[in-house]
Design a protein around this ligand. Structure first.
Ligand SMILES: NC(=O)c1ccc[n+]([C@@H]2O[C@H](COP(=O)([O-])OP(=O)(O)OC[C@H]3O[C@@H](n4cnc5c(N)ncnc54)[C@H](OP(=O)(O)O)[C@@H]3O)[C@@H](O)[C@H]2O)c1
Length: 283
């Protein structure tokens, strides 16, 4: 498995298995076990996905050594601020049933982000969180928060795929050597992206499916990808992307698909309020 060096010295596998919208109490357990069997060594969950328990159980039951698996979780909005974040971190560790989390993210960039960040820096110093990062930070939001952070985030996890390549954000993040993690690497299943003419032509040429072409393009472009699937064939296929390489000309064709727009705009009016109401994490 290809890995990428983070600015804190830790290595992250470039393909992670995303478990957003997979239910706890069985489906996530089965999907994570299947993913680990298929060769994934990086799982991306969050307190707000309500499936940290199944992720931890699958990791324990997999028979794979804990240190070989890179686990990400995320702090939800209700737990921002210094004191509350300490509780949120402890809750994630308890639900996962792990002694440490490889990467922990500020899931949404609103409210007392800096207070929560301080608690995450302390948990990192204590060894409970190996790496810490942020998510959903647009260039404006990134400038607002990251300039005030003593520890630079290891990653910023944002929507990124050929239709939204995040060029401005990537330039900004490169100055701090912050890596970009792509959520929606398959466009959240967007048929316009998966059915795009260039993507389909390349899939045919390399005898791969459209999803594999998207993931190959993204990893070849230096990004970390977090494809989600509940389908065993696609789980296996989405990591089988390292036996072909797009030519420079083909990379340029893919670069040209950028619209500069994301489907989710973290700065849009009402988004913060909508997200605050969306989930309540129980102990
Ligand atoms: N930080 C954040 O705020 C945030 C937000 C969203 C997501 N995420 C993370 O990013 C991960 C990925 O995002 P996502 O799950 O929403 O979107 P995604 O991975 O881009 O797309 C998943 C969708 O594509 C389908 N799919 C999977 N493999 C495919 C393939 N090879 N060909 C065609 N279709 C395929 C899946 O269906 P099947 O299941 O039926 O295969 C599912 O409908 C999440 O699981 C989560 O870990 C983070």
């Amino acid at each position: 498995m290809e890995t990428i060096l983070l600015n804190d010295g830790n290595q992250i596998p470039s393909v992670g298995f995303g478990v957003f919208m997979i239910e706890n109490n069985g489906p996530t357990y089965d999907a994570v076990l299947a993913a680990l069997k298929a060769g994934y060594r990086h799982i991306d969950t969050a307190a707000a996905y309500f499936n940290e328990e199944d992720v931890g159980k699958a990791i324990r039951d997999s028979g794979i050594a804990r240190e070989e698996i890179f686990v990400t979780s995320k702090l939800w909005l209700q737990d921002y601020g210094y004191e509350q974040a300490k509780k949120g971190i402890a809750r994630s560790l308890r639900k996962l049933g792990l002694d440490y989390i490889d990467l922990y993210l500020i899931h949404q960039p609103y409210g007392d982000v800096l207070g929560a960040w301080k608690a995450m820096e302390e948990a990192q110093a204590d060894g409970k969180l190996k790496s810490i990062g942020v998510s959903n930070m647009t260039p404006n939001i990134y400038k607002q928060f990251v300039s005030k952070m003593a520890t630079k985030p290891a990653v910023n996890q944002v929507e990124c795929n050929p239709f939204c390549q995040q060029r401005e954000l990537r330039e900004l993040m490169a100055k701090d050597n912050v890596k970009l993690e792509c959520y929606y690497p398959l466009g959240h299943g967007d048929s316009k992206l998966l059915g795009n003419e260039v993507v389909q032509r390349l899939a045919k040429k390399y005898q791969k499916n459209a999803g594999q072409v998207l993931l190959r393009f993204e990893t070849q472009d230096g990004l970390i990808v977090l494809p989600k699937s509940s389908n065993i064939q696609r789980i296996i296929g989405n990591i089988d992307i390292f036996d072909f390489q797009l030519t420079d000309e083909e990379m340029n064709e893919m670069y040209a698909l950028d619209t500069g727009k994301t489907s989710h705009d973290p700065e849009a009016p009402g988004v913060e309020e909508m997200l605050r109401k969306a989930f309540i994490i129980e102990d």
